[in-house]
Design a protein around this ligand. Structure first.
Ligand code: PMP
Length: 418
């Protein structure tokens, strides 16, 4: 694919920032949206809008059909069945949903207790997780008496897989890992981790937030038990994400949140819950966002995910090679040799990441600075903050080069280096 061919679909990319053409290299935080996605949401809201699932009128039935079709599109995109996809606000809510439901299992009715954790059970994460795939597990451990363990990384951020056997023990009940690191851009070597998790009978939770937008992902082929991702990082709107759960696991889980539209019978004392997925979707649903996310999926499918992946990997290589040439620049996770997407974090010796970000912003170049919601990883790599450039389908080679040329001026501008 050629980024130049799709750019016209993203009007925002045509903007100027601080007198320069915008170079948007913050797609890992949130991606820009093509007109087709905006139009799908507008069209739904102007022709079909109604609350779904319960209305007896024609518009409600049409809206429910659109909502179901959107779910089917997203399910197909990740190799799941329709009834295995639960809408969430974003990946963060998806992980919290699993962790809260597991926590609730300890005190739920007998039929929902099978997945409850008991004191001494273990939950395993990795040292490179986004806080969204760490804190909910810390909280679950605190609530249940489970022990949180983690697969450490080496000085370059590569996962130390030789610790797998000692870290993922037969007491492990959950192994929660990201598919692609939002700091390093590297693809996690999932196979040995998933194999070990299954060997000891633990459930695998995949944080697919940074993989689903850039790589073909098939949850069934990967053999994961749960997976989460966010619509806004894959050209869709904010306010919508998805949780994949294997059907029998969703069946076994009690609800995380309760309220309207997720019950069969309610008395003043108690309630009986609907089967999944409705059990996990209380309240009025985000229908227009789901419809727009399905359009984002169709947009990516029209390009073709293998082509999207090639583009991302190629830009990742261009970024890293370019960064490596620059004096005083250290790429995080550079030497691990792992496959990576079009994303790289880096530090410029002697210059705070926020200053790097400010300097680039003055040139119209948008990058992310800070700890990228991964404080433990930054601490492990001896950093407080880094800067991160990340690409999407609309990012051109030329934009990477403009960014690299500007970055080359940073040390001299701040009076560091030679
Ligand atoms: N996991 C990873 C790897 C991420 O990159 C992000 C977003 N930065 C999240 C989880 C959380 O996503 P959201 O904020 O959309 O819930």
């Amino acid at each position: 694919m050629r980024a130049e061919d799709v750019r016209a679909d993203f009007p925002l990319l045509d903007s100027s920032v601080n007198g320069h053409p915008l170079v948007y290299l913050d797609s890992a935080a949130t991606a820009q949206k093509p007109l087709a996605v905006l139009e799908a949401e507008r069209e739904f809201l102007t022709t079909t809008n109604a609350a779904v699932n319960r209305g007896a009128h024609t518009l409600a039935a049409r809206a429910t059909d659109a909502f179901d079709d959107a779910r089917a599109a997203v399910a197909r995109f990740v190799g799941a069945r329709d009834d295995e996809i639960v809408w969430t606000s974003n990946a963060t809510e998806g992980i919290n949903l699993i962790a809260t439901a597991l926590s609730n299992a300890s005190t739920a009715d007998a039929q929902y207790r099978s997945l409850a954790l008991t004191p001494g059970d273990e939950i395993v994460v990795t040292e490179l997780e986004h806080h969204a795939n760490l804190i909910p597990w810390q909280q679950l451990a605190q609530r249940t008496g489970a022990v949180l363990r983690y697969i450490p990384v080496d000085d370059d951020g590569a996962l130390l897989l030789d610790t797998l056997e000692s870290v993922v023990t037969p007491r492990a009940r959950i192994v929660a890992v990201s598919h692609v690191s939002n700091v390093l851009g590297t693809v996690t070597p999932l196979e040995p981790i998933i194999a070990r998790a299954h060997e000891v009978g633990a459930l695998i939770v995949l944080d697919a937030c940074q993989s689903v937008p850039h790589l073909p992902v098939d949850v069934r082929a990967l053999d994961v038990d749960f997976a989460v991702f966010s619509g806004h990082k894959m050209l869709g709107p904010t306010g919508i994400g998805a949780l994949y759960g294997r059907r029998e696991l969703l069946e076994a889980l009690p609800p995380a949140s309760t309220g309207g539209s997720m019950i069969t019978t309610v008395t003043m004392e108690r309630a009986e819950f609907l089967p999944p997925r409705l059990r996990f979707e209380p309240g009025t649903q985000r229908v227009s966002q789901a419809v727009a996310l399905a359009e984002a999926v169709r947009y990516l499918e029209r390009i073709g995910m293998p082509a999207v992946a090639d583009h991302s990997v190629r830009l990742g290589a261009r970024l890293v090679e370019g960064l490596r040439q620059l004096d005083g620049v250290r790429v995080l996770g550079d030497t691990s040799g792992a496959p990576r997407i079009g994303l790289a974090s880096f530090e410029v010796a002697g210059v705070h990441a926020h200053d790097v970000g400010q300097f680039l912003d003055d040139r119209g170049i948008a990058v992310r600075v800070g700890h990228h919601c991964a404080q433990p990883l930054h601490r492990r790599l001896g950093l407080v903050a880094s800067a991160r450039a990340s690409a999407s389908v609309y990012t051109t080679d030329e934009e990477i080069d403009v960014f690299l040329e500007a970055l080359a001026e940073v040390p001299a501008f701040f009076g560091v280096g030679r």
